[in-house]
Design a protein around this ligand. Structure first.
Ligand code: SIN
Ligand code: FE2
Length: 208
């Protein structure tokens, strides 16, 4: 692994090119049967029920879901009713390499960005463990990631995330606003059918 961690903000880590092409392909191959048993679905917004532009599924004992009732973690896929598949070791190894946090993630949200999908500025705040970092892996098309601060109205910076990049929201950046402005369609050949897959690992319940 030949990769430099850039610390752009308090606790925010950016590992450009953490995974080389072979490692990216290996992770996608590992994901394929898991995504077949826990397929992407389109979540909807709390209250309005409006569909999100991002399709989602999860790995792990808990998965993040959103529907008219609200945001929450649950143990089963909302469409199939089955438990989420386990987080593969290759992803846990990435967590161990970059998180600096001994407890393992219980959730890995898998986001699929196709055809103009984006993610509005938000904070990850449905986890009980407020100290554990969030580790995010980008695969496929590049994306413009926006990072703000603790207040929604504060200044933001943008960062282009390309396939194989890993981001760590740790320290105070753990609770910073962030989102995806847009995905650069056709910028990578990694994901069949195009698009971007983002894997976001989180510790949900406090360990012990
Ligand atoms: C997220 O904040 O859940 C996803 C961020 C990303 O797609 O890079
Ligand atoms: Fe997030």
């Amino acid at each position: 692994m030949n990769c430099v961690r850039s610390q752009l903000h308090s606790g925010f880590g950016y590992y450009a090119g953490f995974l080389d092409r072979a490692a990216q392909e290996a992770i996608l191959a590992t994901l394929e049967p898991l995504l077949a048993s826990a397929p992407f679905y389109r979540p909807s917004m709390p209250k309005t029920g409006k569909p999100l532009s991002v399709q989602m599924t999860n790995l792990g004992s808990l998965g993040w879901v959103s529907d008219q009732a609200g945001y929450r973690y649950q143990a089963t896929h909302p469409v199939t009713g089955l438990p989420w598949p386990a987080i593969p070791q290759a992803l846990l190894d990435i967590w161990a390499a970059v998180s600096g946090y001994a407890p393992l993630p219980q959730a890995c949200l898998v986001n699929l960005y196709q055809q103009g999908a984006k993610m509005g500025l938000h904070r990850d705040e449905n986890e009980e463990d407020r100290d554990a970092p969030v580790v995010s892996i980008s695969l496929g098309d590049s994306a413009i990631f926006r990072l703000g601060g603790p207040e929604r109205s504060g200044p933001t910076t943008s960062l282009k995330l390309t396939s194989g990049d890993v981001v760590v929201l740790g320290g105070s950046s753990r609770h910073f606003y962030h989102g995806i402005d847009r995905v650069l369609a056709g910028s990578s050949s990694l994901v069949q059918g195009g698009g971007r897959i983002n894997l976001t690992m989180r510790v949900v319940r406090r360990p012990g």
